[in-house]
Design a protein. Structure first.
Length: 232
C-alpha cells in the first residue's frame, strides 16, 4: 500500500469534497424552505391543500434517492427536449427528496408548539400566516434543530449517489484517482475516514444541541453545578 497517493492527489479530492458540501448545504437550505411550505400544507384544515401535500410526502419517502436522480437526469430531458447537467439534476433531486423528510420534521416541530400560542396570536389580531411566521415557526425550528442536523448527516451521505450520474463529488473524485493509481485500500479507506469525521462531527453537534434545548437536561446540569458549588 502506497500512502503517498493521498497527499499527491489531495487537492483534487478536496475539490470533490467541496462539491459534496455545496450539494449538501444548498439542498438542505432549499429543502428547509420547501419543507416548511409542505409542512404548513400538511397541517392545513383544508382537504384540497392537505391531501396533495400528504400524497407527495408519502410517495417521495418510499422512492430511493437514486431513482429520483435518474428521473431528473434522464426523464426530464426526454420530456422537455432540453438537456439537464448532472450537477443541476443531482441538486434538484436532493432538494425534492429531502423536502419530503424535512416536511415531516417541520410538521412535528409545528405540532410541538402548544395550541395556546396560536390562540394568543389570534387574540392579538394576527392572521394565520403572521402567526406562523412570527410566533410558531421560530419556536418550532428551535425544537427541531437537532433533527435538522440529523437530516444534514443523511444528506451528506446521500450526495455520494450523485456519482452515478457523473457529478465529480468526493466519492467520484476518489474513484477517479483510484482508477489511475490502483490503490483501492488506501483511497477508499481515506474516503471512509473523511465521511466518518464529517458525519460524526455533525452528529455530535446534533447531540449537543439536543442537550442544550432539552429543559430537563438543562435543569439537571444546573442542579449538578449547584451541588458542585455547594460542596466546594
Amino acid at each position: 500500500m502506497d500512502f503517498s497517493v493521498i497527499p499527491l492527489n489531495l487537492p483534487y479530492m478536496l475539490h470533490g469534497l467541496g462539491v459534496t458540501f455545496l450539494l449538501a448545504i444548498v439542498s438542505m437550505v432549499a429543502s428547509i424552505l420547501t419543507g416548511t411550505i409542505f409542512a404548513m400544507m400538511r397541517v392545513s384544515k383544508i382537504a384540497a391543500i392537505r391531501v396533495p401535500a400528504a400524497m407527495f410526502i408519502d410517495v417521495m419517502r418510499t422512492i430511493p434517492l437514486i431513482m429520483v436522480m435518474f428521473w431528473f437526469f434522464f426523464l426530464i430531458p426526454l420530456l422537455t427536449g432540453q438537456p439537464v447537467s448532472a450537477m443541476v439534476a443531482a441538486m434538484v433531486a436532493l432538494i425534492v427528496f429531502n423536502t419530503s423528510y424535512m416536511a415531516e420534521v417541520i410538521r412535528a416541530g409545528l405540532q410541538s408548539v402548544h395550541r395556546t400560542q396560536f390562540e394568543a396570536a389570534y387574540s392579538s389580531g394576527l392572521r394565520y400566516l403572521q402567526t406562523m411566521l412570527y410566533i410558531v415557526l421560530p419556536q418550532a425550528f428551535r425544537n427541531m434543530l437537532p433533527a435538522i442536523i440529523n437530516r444534514l448527516v443523511a444528506l451528506v451521505m446521500g450526495t455520494s449517489l450523485a456519482y452515478i450520474i457523473g457529478v465529480t463529488e468526493f466519492f467520484r473524485a476518489a474513484n477517479n484517482v483510484n482508477n489511475r493509481v490502483y490503490q483501492s485500500y488506501v483511497i477508499y479507506g481515506f474516503v471512509a475516514v473523511v465521511y466518518f469525521l464529517c458525519c460524526y462531527s455533525l452528529s455530535l453537534l446534533g447531540r449537543h444541541l439536543e442537550r442544550q434545548l432539552d429543559p430537563s437536561a438543562q435543569a439537571a446540569t444546573k442542579s449538578l453545578l449547584s451541588r458542585g458549588t455547594g460542596s466546594a
